[in-house]
Ligand binder design. Structure first.
Ligand SMILES: Nc1ncnc2c1ncn2[C@@H]1O[C@H](COP(=O)(O)OP(=O)(O)OP(=O)(O)O)[C@@H](O)[C@H]1O
Length: 669
């Protein structure tokens, strides 16, 4: 594209957006010299992304992106630059189909000339925050990811080689065996974590790659090497869009096109080589010996006008400078050529659909890898199970001491009931302690899911299987102490049942917290909501108030029957009292018998439902575990399916409003 900055006569403000914008006739084909040497094969196999008149508005009506137009072609690296808060990440999120729920968008984003929702494996996106498994080493993190993303037909050794090669390319060879580290233990530096995130996303050499500040935290040499590695990717026909702060002169030269934004508006979109001329032609030439990117950013950054001096450029307030540049750009030939290029791209793209990465590990391999990875994480993360195990053991010892020598007198009936209630309620309640670690795992799942590394079902299976040994351990050891110290119902079978109920309840609490995690925005709210739900279930479980005394609406029907505590209490009570006989010192229930049987206690004191055995209660608990996990699956899948539909509906109404905003005289489409 030959850049020219003579203003054309054609007005651009208020141009109503239509598909026709892409169907401009009599367009010049993109000459080879302007296409950066891209071959036609690139254009056919690669991904061309175009966007026109793109608006993004947040709740309250504030526009973050205002009528942006641009494109990214195969074999090119588009750099998005602008002052902090100008909308770079929002633009990337919009293009990648990952806008948040409180935002609305209008305008057309086309892939190879056709409308297509991007997400879940059609593109790779390295977001600003690094969601990584902190307990893994660099090598493990990248290798596990390679096993998930690369096809089963590829040999393990090849995957390992690919992982190690990518690590080396990102200059992380010396940190291969260093754990990534997080809030608990320091591991990699911020810049190294950034590079691990990039490694993971470039393993499959994606056709379309978004990078949000890939060089943040890196020194200038590392930035150069990382960016040149990324550039070498797009020499193979990949399309790369990256937002970037402070590129050095060398890094700046690597970009094909530059997109300069200010307060959500286009200041410049075009070849990097022509940006200098654009600024100079508007009266803001880059001083000699200054990095052009620094000059551009200084010229359009208005955040510090009041504090430092009145503007940067010749004393003109920056607001005015930006205005001049925005207007000049919109009426320049270069803008018209961008429009023509977009139309040309759409024509050449031929409407080829961007497919998901299908060449990845099969479902069972994914389950296997995810189980192993999650198991390693759980075993290394002290907060996941080990802390809980310690606290449980301490509590079990105290419980055993408080209820020691529980005996067989009539007082032991109440004591046994209280002990069982504490175990089934509070010990299981404390499973909530692993929630923060699970939320971290969910963040990684969300990133990997959006980038299409694996599916929700594989994640649920991996998480469930990897947790089983830990939950068994946490149920067995403290369970044994709690059972044998006071001397509960003797017999191997009774002990096993006790541990099985404890195990099922802990799994249930974890499953419940998974559902909560999928519905609430952060872990603090998750803990509050999860604790609230469990508190309610404990209250209506049938111990604090007998089932017959519970108010019928809501609390008994349905809460009492859906609270898992009901089945845990009933199973444990039956396990404890059935087959036992206690002295009946109070003269007996309904008589003067010298003893009272366990069955009578269950029936007449605790008002238990005796029509079915304790094994049914255990089976109900396990069925609930399956149901809760399936519910989590359904919620995540439904959210995934509904998101694009809701976004489409919202943007449809928003489009009309934007058209009225841009061109008040236009009739909404
Ligand atoms: N979901 C949202 N709700 C409300 N405001 C938002 C939302 N997303 C972005 N913004 C606002 O939009 C503006 C642009 O944000 P964005 O993160 O895109 O900027 P940026 O250019 O990437 O900044 P930085 O370079 O500092 O990362 C900011 O003022 C931000 O507060």
């Amino acid at each position: 594209m030959a850049a020219s900055f003579h203003n054309s006569e054609q007005p651009v403000q208020g141009r109503p957006h239509t598909q026709a914008a892409f169907e401009v006739e009599n367009l010049n084909p993109i000459p080879e010299s302007n296409s950066g040497g891209r071959s036609n094969r690139f254009m056919e196999d690669g991904v061309s992304l175009t966007w026109d008149d793109l608006w993004v508005t947040v709740a309250g009506g504030r526009s973050i992106l205002r009528g942006l137009t641009g494109y990214a072609r195969p074999g090119e690296l588009l750099a998005i630059m602008g002052p902090s808060g100008c909308g770079k990440s929002t633009l990337l999120d919009t293009l990648a189909g990952r806008l948040g729920p409180n935002t609305r968008q209008a305008g057309a984003i086309l892939i190879n000339g056709r409308k297509q929702a991007l997400a879940y494996g059609t593109s790779a996106y390295v977001t600003q925050d690094d969601a990584l498994i902190t307990t893994l080493t660099v090598k493990e993190a990248v290798y596990y990811s390679a096993q998930l993303q690369l096809p089963d037909t590829m040999a393990k050794s090849e995957k390992k080689e690919r992982a190690e090669m990518t690590i080396r390319e990102m200059g992380l060879q010396d940190a291969m065996d260093t754990r990534i580290g997080g809030w608990g233990a320091k591991g990699l530096s911020g810049g190294q974590k950034r590079r691990v995130s990039i490694c993971i996303e470039i393993l499959t050499r994606p056709k379309l790659l978004f990078l949000d500040e890939p060089t943040s935290g890196l020194d200038s040499a590392a930035s150069y090497y990382v960016m040149s590695r990324i550039t070498s990717l797009n020499q193979n026909g990949r399309t790369v869009i990256a937002s970037i702060h402070q590129p050095s002169f060398e890094v700046f030269q690597l970009f094909t096109n530059l997109y300069l934004l200010s307060a959500g508006k286009s200041v410049y979109f075009g070849p990097v080589s022509a940006a200098n001329e654009f600024f100079a032609s508007n009266g803001f030439p880059c001083p000699s010996l200054q990095n052009p990117s620094d000059h551009f950013l200084k010229t359009i950054n208005k955040d510090f006008d009041k504090d430092i001096e009145l503007g940067y450029a010749n004393g003109i307030p920056t607001e005015e400078v930006i205005d001049i540049l925005v207007k000049s750009y919109k009426s320049s030939d270069v803008y018209q050529m961008v429009q023509q290029d977009i139309a040309q791209i759409c024509k050449q793209g031929g409407g080829a659909i961007l497919e998901k990465n299908k060449r990845q590990a099969k479902f069972f391999s994914q389950c296997h890898v995810l189980t192993r990875r999650s198991f390693i994480n759980m075993s290394r993360d002290l907060g996941y199970y080990w802390m809980r195990l310690c606290i449980y053991i301490a509590l079990a010892v105290v419980l055993g001491t408080v209820f020691s020598r529980i005996g067989m007198d009539d007082g032991s009936i109440q004591a046994r009931g209280s002990l069982i209630m504490f175990v089934a309620s509070f010990l299981t309640f404390m499973s909530i302690g692993g929630f923060p670690s699970f939320v971290e795992e969910m963040k990684i799942f969300e990133r990997e899911r959006l980038n299409g590394h694996y599916g929700v079902t594989a994640f649920v299976i991996g998480n469930t299987l990897s947790a089983l040994p830990f939950l068994a351990m946490v149920a067995l050891i403290p369970g044994a102490i709690t059972y044998f110290l006071p001397g509960l119902h003797s017999g191997y079978q009774h002990f096993c049942f006790f541990v099985a109920i404890l195990f099922a309840c802990m799994m249930l609490v974890e499953s419940l917290m998974m559902i909560v995690a999928s519905l609430v925005p952060n872990f603090l709210m998750g803990i509050i909501v999860g604790a609230g739900i469990q508190g309610l279930m404990i209250l209506v479980g049938g111990f604090f108030r007998l089932p017959t005394d519970l108010p019928k609406p809501v609390l008994k029907y349905p809460l009492y029957h859906i609270a898992f505590h009901k089945y845990a209490y009933q199973g444990l009570f039956k396990n404890e009292f059935e087959g036992m006989t206690f002295p009946n010192v109070q003269g007996g229930i309904g008589g003067s018998a010298p003893t009272i049987t366990g069955e009578e206690i269950l029936n007449q004191i605790w008002h238990l439902e005796m029509g079915y055995s304790k094994w049914v209660d255990l089976a109900v608990l396990f069925a609930m575990v399956v149901f809760y996990r399936l519910l989590f699956l359904v919620i995540v899948k439904t959210t995934e399916k509904m998101k694009p539909v809701v976004a489409k509906l919202r943007s449809a109404t928003h489009k009309e409003r934007v058209q009225v905003m841009v061109n008040p005289s236009a009739t909404p489409l």
